[in-house]
Design a protein around this ligand. Structure first.
Ligand SMILES: Cc1c2[nH]c(c1CCC(=O)O)Cc1[nH]c(c(CCC(=O)O)c1C)Cc1[nH]c(c(CCC(=O)O)c1C)Cc1[nH]c(c(C)c1CCC(=O)O)C2
Length: 356
């Protein structure tokens, strides 16, 4: 596909371990409710209508790019479009978050899922949104595509929404390990097709969100998550290679401080770390063969500007400027003042390390 040439490749260079002029920065949930222009669009349209309408999805994807000197855009969508593609109903309720009114109660319900999924048909709107956004970005910054990881999606499909403990979903890991693995493999197959479709449509990096890793310990994570995360990465990469596409991939397993080394060896180019992980410890554990992304506490943006600047500097000193992409350690909160994002981004870009 013919897209406008890329003018700022700092983010992709860092993902590939190449030298950069400045540390690249983007923010998880950078298109979202903290922006008045997003709330304006959202007041007129249902959440999933925005996701499903390429013009609206492209518009809200571009909103933070117009306002701030971000080094990447992320396509506006949600991880829960995959359970929708499997035939599940997902609603986004104000003040509650996502709700799946008919969750999976037992492995018998797996057969009710509409599987296999023709991703190119069911999630075509995401491909269209990506292609349109690539054109509208005019090469200003690269565009990130994404998917939820199998365990994170499975947890929403069983819990029927957010949960404090994920006890219903975790019960499956202990009661039905084989059937759980079957469901995780089904999800992985859909995710592989979905990520490949996004890269073909124009996504320049693919991020996999394992946001519910924090509910698992090391043993459960190594048994149920790691093998599928590895499988997704190798299958996506080999399918893209066959199409002469080379798109870096990021894994963000939130709360998986207990398996940093194993995750870093899964084949991904970039590893996101959440705000509870010490950057220096993470770097010591994973070595230099992977780019790290993160990890300022999203609440640090509530600090006064000068404190936020020092916290950002401290973070950059710990990560260093090599093989590093600055971000928050999780999504930005909806009540954040947009001006704080500018302070954060400018502090990252102003940072210089002394030459060695
Ligand atoms: C777990 C998860 C979800 N969705 C996502 C994750 C993984 C990242 C993470 O761990 O936060 C990923 C996601 N969701 C959204 C994006 C868009 C791109 C971006 O990062 O700017 C991305 C990358 C938009 C969104 N997704 C959602 C919103 C807000 C909903 C609204 O506008 O009503 C946005 C902008 C809703 C959503 N979607 C989800 C939840 C739990 C919620 C509720 C959050 C809340 O209410 O604070 C599921």
């Amino acid at each position: 596909m013919d897209f406008p040439p890329l003018k700022n490749d700092r983010f992709l260079r860092a993902a590939r371990g190449q030298e950069v002029d400045k540390v690249p920065v983007w923010i998880m949930r950078q298109a979202g409710r903290y922006l008045p222009e997003f709330r304006q669009v959202r007041s007129k349209h249902d959440f999933f209508t925005i996701c499903q309408t390429p013009e609206l999805a492209a518009e809200v994807t571009l909103q933070p790019i117009r306002r701030f000197e971000l080094d990447a855009a992320i396509i506006f969508s949600d991880i829960l479009v995959v359970p929708q593609a499997l035939g599940m109903v997902v609603e986004m309720r104000a003040g509650v978050g996502p709700v799946l009114p008919k969750p999976l109660h037992s492995p018998d319900d797996i057969s009710d899922l509409e599987y296999p999924v023709n991703v190119n048909e069911k999630l075509k709107y995401v491909a269209e949104a990506i292609t349109l956004t690539r054109h509208k970005l005019e090469g200003k910054v690269p565009l990130i595509g994404f998917s939820g990881a199998p365990w994170t999606l499975m947890a929403y499909m069983i819990e029927g929404g957010g949960s404090k403990t994920l006890s219903k979903a975790k019960a499956w890991l202990y009661q039905y390990p084989a059937k759980t693995k079957h469901l995780l493999d089904m999800l992985a197959n859909v995710i592989v097709d979905y990520l490949v479709m996004q890269a073909e449509a124009g996504a320049q990096l693919l991020q996999v969100f394992e946001s519910n890793a924090e509910y698992l310990g090391r043993e459960l994570f190594l048994e149920f998550c790691l093998p599928v995360l590895q499988d997704i990465c190798s299958k996506v990469k080999s399918k893209l290679k066959a199409k002469s596409l080379d798109v870096p991939m990021t894994i963000f397993a939130k709360g998986a401080h207990y398996a940093l080394l194993e995750i870093s060896k899964c084949g991904y180019d970039v590893m996101g770390i959440d705000w509870t992980v010490n950057p220096e410890e993470a770097r010591n554990i994973v070595g230099r063969s992977i780019t790290l992304q993160g990890n300022l506490d999203p609440c640090a943006l509530y600090a006064p500007d000068n404190a936020l600047q020092s916290l950002t500097c401290e973070m950059l000193n710990k990560f260093g400027t090599d093989r590093y992409i600055a971000n928050l350690g999780h999504g930005i909160y909806p009540d954040m003042e947009p001006e704080k994002v500018k302070v954060f981004i400018d502090s990252v870009h102003a940072f210089q390390t002394l030459p060695i």
